[in-house]
Design a binder for this molecule. Structure first.
Ligand code: UDX
Length: 433
């Protein structure tokens, strides 16, 4: 099959590389000439484990190419995937669909045959209808069915998630489009990933419902963690104790500093907007958004508390700045609110992250950036684990204590066991334990 991927960001690039790895001929298109040039030279615009090798192998095999020329890339292709960004619109939180519609117009202008158009970007319910209306209006001569096919991959685990998904969701009532999508995904579902065929609007909603539910699960356990601290219980054991019930499930029950990233914050807000528009308010999701926002700042207060009464003038080392490990993505990372709260209280911040330093420096130029955890901890009155990178899972406590001004650890990801840290002479604050 010939596949055109419009947008070579996280979702587009990973999906394009994986489709080509399954034997399809894929062209990844992007307007950003610098990005396409870098990709052609084998340089990845994002940090994602395994991506560089996957791209290199498929480029070498001649199945994966890059281009800035949308029109030439769309001509004669079997399926065009729209994988452009849908950021929160400034001001009102609605998803900004201008890139989706601009891509649609260009596809309409360039199509030479009845290609299937697939929205892989996360788009609000009804977007597929609007995309189809544009195509019908501009190209009444061509039958171009529009399919919703949301992507559920996680940053840092994107290739594995794409290749071995829990499910593939395909939203269309068009039989020919279903056939094309079956052929596109055949290599995956032969590996036993079930396909959920459904209507287009339902498929669009599935993506938002999944992300909102996961955000709710995290926020729920975070509130339970606060209660654990108040009553003297252990949230890790609560998570295990409830998660072993198959109806609840073990995943996404790790208490922490609140969720961040490119999806949960944006998609929960967009879902609330849709709900508002259709006059069916979603009070649970509203509460989740509110609780998660205030939690990030509260984590800053938790650190201040660990520093003692007189925090002003002290120094804190933040370990991990990205919203989760194995990514360089800083979008809505809890570290931003925490660093701000510390700065507001007159605390100096030294910081280190294995991959996120460039993005962090652009967002928070006033912090002192260090080469590793130990340099960050040098002279610090507390070390705070904000993101659970592997590099912070086996810190040398003696070395750390040796360079710090005071042996205080705040572990916002519950990486360590209390006994081990306290045994090494640290005062230890965790989350919900
Ligand atoms: C998420 C969805 O998982 C994915 O299906 C969707 O396609 C995009 O959004 P991603 O944002 O890459 O993926 O990361 P994810 O692993 O889901 O983590 C999101 C946030 O939740 C991170 O800040 C993470 O630290 C936090 N989290 C996750 C918790 O605090 N506790 C958990 O138990 C799980």
């Amino acid at each position: 099959m010939r596949i055109t991927m419009i947008g070579s960001g996280y979702v587009g690039l990973v999906s394009g590389a994986c489709f080509s790895d399954f034997g399809h001929d894929v062209i990844c298109v992007d307007k950003d000439a610098g990005k396409i040039e870098a990709l052609e030279a084998g340089r990845m615009p994002i940090y994602e484990p395994g991506l560089e090798q996957l791209v290199a192998a498929n480029v070498a095999a001649g199945r994966l190419t890059f281009s800035t020329d949308l029109a030439a890339s769309v001509a004669g292709t079997d399926a065009v995937f729209i994988a452009v960004g849908t950021p929160s619109r400034r001001g009102d939180g609605h998803a900004d669909l201008s890139y989706v519609f601009a891509a649609t117009e260009e596809i309409a202008a360039a199509a030479t045959g009845p290609t299937v158009v697939v929205t892989k970007s996360t788009v609000p319910v009804g977007t597929g209808d609007r995309v189809e209306a544009i195509l019908r209006e501009k190209r009444p001569d061509l039958d171009m069915p529009v399919v919703s096919n949301p992507e559920f991959l996680r940053e840092g685990a994107a290739i594995g998630d794409f290749k071995r998904p829990d499910r593939i969701v395909i939203g269309t009532d068009d039989e020919r489009a279903r056939g094309v999508m079956r052929a596109v995904y055949r290599p995956l579902y032969l590996g036993e990933s079930p396909i959920v065929f459904t209507g287009r609007r339902t498929s669009e909603l599935i993506k938002y419902a999944a992300n909102a539910f996961l955000a709710t699960k995290i926020t729920f356990i975070n509130e339970i963690a606060d209660l654990c601290e108040a009553v003297g219980a252990d949230v890790k054991d609560v998570s295990r104790g409830i998660g072993l019930d198959n109806r609840i499930g073990k995943k996404f029950l790790h208490a922490g500093p609140g969720y961040g990233g490119s999806c949960f914050p944006k998609d929960t807000l967009a879902l609330l907007k849709t709900a508002e528009d259709f006059e069916t308010p979603m009070q649970i999701v509203e509460a989740v958004v509110k609780v998660n926002d205030s939690r990030k700042r509260a984590m800053g207060r938790k650190v201040l508390h660990a520093l003692g009464d007189d925090a002003k003038g002290k120094t804190v080392a933040l370990l991990g700045l990205t919203f989760k490990p194995n990514t360089d993505d800083m979008r809505d990372a809890p570290s931003i609110a925490i660093a701000q709260a510390l700065d507001d209280a007159g605390v100096a911040v030294r910081a280190y992250d294995p991959e996120g330093m460039a993005a962090a420096k652009a967002l928070m130029p006033a912090l002192t950036y260090c080469r590793d955890a130990y340099e960050a901890a040098t002279g610090a009155d507390a070390v705070v684990i904000v993101t659970e990178w592997d590099a912070f899972r086996a810190l040398d406590f003696a070395r750390l204590k040796g360079v710090m001004a005071a042996p205080v650890m705040v572990d916002l990801r519950n990486v360590y066991a209390r006994d081990g840290v306290e045994g090494a002479g640290f005062s230890y604050t965790a989350v919900g334990r």
